[in-house]
Design a protein around this ligand. Structure first.
Ligand code: NAP
Length: 463
């Protein structure tokens, strides 16, 4: 039995859940397929009503939904409530915009007198979503709001440490009026995930998680000739230029690196500061990190949550040890974090050279890699010297110039004077080893639709 809630603040096992049986998996696929046949015929107004209802149910029970996140993966209450709100906004975004985003597109053909050619966007059918634990609700909403709005149906395999959050979202969609089979959570094993992908009734997979699992799922999908989207890891650059407002920049850097306990794909994991202001930045940054308070994530005074599990904390310790063995300098910062639970002492890593394997790693927790850049051009070079390509940011008082620098950073998302942003109305995704495809907005809703041509050529046109 792998699915279990283990409170990362106490390391206590709260509840276990049996794996799905093969019969349950078969029944879920059959129901999702049957549901698709009627759901695809439903109007955008009907789908929008379900989305809006889901949003209002989330808001109506915000505290209860948030509590589950805090219990299962340690998110501090304020951030857990913000995640519930963000999920509600994603549902509302698609309630409002899905119909417009999927409008048929009349093609501007050479000679309109010779006929009319239109691309329509039709749903594909049953999809599989495989999701990580770091944003248990938001990650689901990011897939099901667009895909259900497009007329698809969805099966979910969530991370094994957030089984109650997964079940809560299935209940939510049922209560919001989604027909049975439209969205089903399965405590699926890895073998069952592969079987689902190979089932002819399933038409694609949206995966979010680490590179290793992404490569496995992408290969399985490719072998079955199914469409996939990959939202993988990142090591976002946080570039600080000489004219940046240091106080505000440091506040954003501390937040960008430590929100969600530093366990965000688009955390500011590589802070790159130009030589001129490096020492001043470091002094303020260290103070900012030292001011974080680790503790009970249910306590409003806590600003640093435990990691998601004891194993995650042990793995991160191993990564820091290896970085140091290869020449990096590690400095633990701030008051000692609690010894009980999955806490990790905030750590600043410097002197991480390009020949250190850690230079290309993602540290999933409160570990800041800080680089001194000679100048702006060097900062851009370091920012781009990464296997990942998810997000990034540039801090400067000259926002016009910030946008010019942003244009030179090679990732899926770059923000001026803000760590990589997560919003309902901005697309999300990356390049290189951060994956492919996009979630949210019109890009996300069009990932799993058939862009079908309906052509009406003039019957009298010459053969
Ligand atoms: P993970 O280990 O890759 O797990 C993600 C999901 O994949 C979980 O549901 C996991 O299930 C499942 N899984 C793992 N191996 C599998 C396999 N061989 N077959 C089928 N399913 C498999 O990632 P994680 O540690 O939970 O999440 C952290 C990673 O996700 C980080 O790298 C982070 O940057 C990335 N992430 C990316 C984004 C983005 O949008 N780009 C967003 C959030 C997180 P089990 O729990 O049962 O193993």
């Amino acid at each position: 039995m792998t699915y279990a809630t283990i409170n990362p603040y106490t390391n206590e096992l709260v509840k276990q859940f049996p794996d799905a049986t093969d019969e349950e998996v078969e029944q879920a696929i059959a129901q999702a397929d049957a549901a698709f046949r009627s759901w695809r015929e439903s109007s955008f107004a009907v789908r929008a009503a379900v989305m809006n209802k889901a949003a209002s149910l989330l808001r109506g029970a915000k505290n209860d939904y948030a509590k589950l996140l805090t219990l299962e993966m340690g998110k501090v209450t304020a951030e857990a409530e913000a995640e519930v709100e963000l999920s509600a906004r994603i549902f509302e975004y698609y309630a409002k915009n899905a119909e417009t985003l999927l409008q048929p597109e009349k093609l501007p053909v050479d000679d309109p007198a010779k006929g009319e050619f239109t691309v329509v966007h039709e749903p594909l059918g049953v999809l599989l979503a495989v999701e990580p634990w770091n944003f248990p609700y938001y990650q689901i909403a990011r897939v099901i709001a667009p895909q259900l709005s497009a007329g698809n149906t969805v099966l979910l395999k969530h991370a094994s440490n957030v089984p109650q959050s997964a079940a809560a979202f299935e209940r939510l969609m049922r209560e919001a009026g989604l027909p049975a089979g439209g969205f089903k959570n399965l405590y699926a094993t890895r073998a069952q995930v592969e079987r689902i992908l190979n089932d002819p009734r399933v038409h694609g997979v949206a995966f979010t998680g680490g590179e290793a699992a992404g490569a496995v799922i992408a290969a399985q999908a490719a072998k079955a000739l199914k469409k996939s989207t990959m939202e993988l890891g990142g090591a976002d650059a946080f570039v600080v230029l000489a004219d940046a407002d240091l106080d505000k920049t440091v506040k954003w850097a501390v937040f960008g690196r430590h929100w969600n306990g530093g366990q965000v794909c688009c955390s500011s994991k590589r802070i790159i500061v130009v030589d001129e202001i490096y020492d001043d930045f470091m002094e303020l940054y260290e103070k900012g990190v030292a001011a974080l308070r680790a503790g009970d994530p249910f306590d409003p005074a806590t600003t640093l949550q435990p990691l998601s599990s004891k194993k995650a904390a042990d793995d991160l310790k191993g990564q820091v040890r290896q970085a140091v063995e290869h020449g990096a300098k590690a400095r633990e910062v701030g008051p000692k974090v609690p010894s009980k639970g999955a806490f990790f002492q905030p750590t600043i890593l410097t002197a991480v050279g390009p020949d250190n394997p850690a230079y290309r790693w993602e540290f999933f927790g409160p570990v800041s890699m800080i680089f001194r850049a000679k100048d702006e051009a060097d900062a851009i070079r370091i920012a781009n010297d990464s296997s990942f390509g998810l997000g990034g940011s540039v801090f400067t008082s000259d926002v016009k110039h910030g946008a010019e620098v942003a244009a030179k950073i090679s990732t899926g998302m770059v923000f001026v004077n803000h760590p990589t942003m997560v919003k309902a109305d901005i697309p999300f995704g990356g390049i290189r080893r951060s994956g492919y495809g996009r979630e949210l907005t019109g890009l996300g809703i069009k990932e799993f639709v058939n862009h079908k041509v309906i052509g009406i050529p003039d019957i009298d046109a010459a053969f």
